[in-house]
Design a protein around this ligand. Structure first.
Ligand code: IPE
Ligand code: IPE
Ligand code: MG
Length: 228
């Protein structure tokens, strides 16, 4: 069975800190370099003929455990990124959406996120989703709670899928950079039948060329979805 075209790609962007360490730089330099990769990969996805959605793991519910200074830097970097990239979103007709509990962020950052979502909501080439203060378990738990609050005493898979924050589509392929082979609480529900691809490349070194090669190997895979 030849695979259907890739519509939804998800990426766990990992290895920024190690990239910086290899160069004798501070971890923050790695995050800055990683932000450049997000732009390149996003514009590649926008130009790709079948990809409709690209979801990037940018900050997990567990990343608050990092040193305060690193967390603060990541928040500032996100604000700077969204401000600067608005031009890229408009130029390449990309819609931006956030998933995760952004209410934990500063008011100014929340405003930036909402503003970017609003200003790009009519764009149709690609939806770029950034997972921000996101956890797969938290997302499923809050979906179930919202169904209980709506008066449901029993829920179906369809109900949960629709109550999730991630605009619901199954993910075709998940890529994780930096050689780690784990999910780290990313999109647990949506990844049920995704193909997984792990590369040793550190996120700041990940290029559109490597993504292109990965997507080509994906088309050789036989996705059976439980059938024959
Ligand atoms: C990924 O890179 C970026 C975030 C999680 C924010 P890391 O910061 O996890 O880099 P390593 O894993 O320490 O190299
Ligand atoms: C996962 O990377 C989270 C993001 C990429 C935002 P981590 O570096 O935080 O994951 P662990 O700690 O190695 O599992
Ligand atoms: Mg990491």
């Amino acid at each position: 069975m030849s695979p259907s075209p890739i519509k939804h790609l998800a990426i766990i962007m990992d290895g920024n800190g190690r990239w910086a360490k290899e160069r004798g730089e501070k971890r923050t330099k790695g995050h800055e370099a990683g932000a450049e990769s997000i732009r390149d990969i996003t514009t590649y996805c926008a130009a790709h003929e079948s990809i409709e959605t690209a979801t990037f793991y940018a900050f997990s519910t567990e990343n608050w455990k990092r040193p305060k200074l690193e967390v603060e830097f990541l928040m500032k970097l996100l604000d700077r990124y969204l401000k600067k990239e608005l031009e890229t979103y408009q130029k390449h007709n990309i819609r931006f959406q956030a998933i995760g509990d952004v209410s934990a962020f500063s008011k100014a950052l929340q405003k930036r996120i909402r503003k970017t979502e609003e200003e790009t909501q009519g764009n149709t080439n690609l939806t770029q989703i950034l997972a921000l203060n996101y956890g797969g378990r938290a997302e499923i738990t809050s979906a179930v709670n919202s169904l209980i609050q709506a008066g449901k005493s029993e829920v179906s898979e369809e109900d949960i899928s629709r109550a999730l924050q991630t605009p619901y589509t199954d993910i075709d392929i998940l890529i994780r950079t930096s050689g780690e082979e784990r999910l780290s609480n990313f999109l647990l529900w949506q990844l049920s039948y995704a193909e997984f691809y792990f590369t040793k490349t550190l996120w700041p070194d990940f290029t559109a060329k490597e993504l292109d090669t990965i997507l080509n190997t994906f088309t050789q895979r036989n996705r059976r979805f439980g059938g024959l």
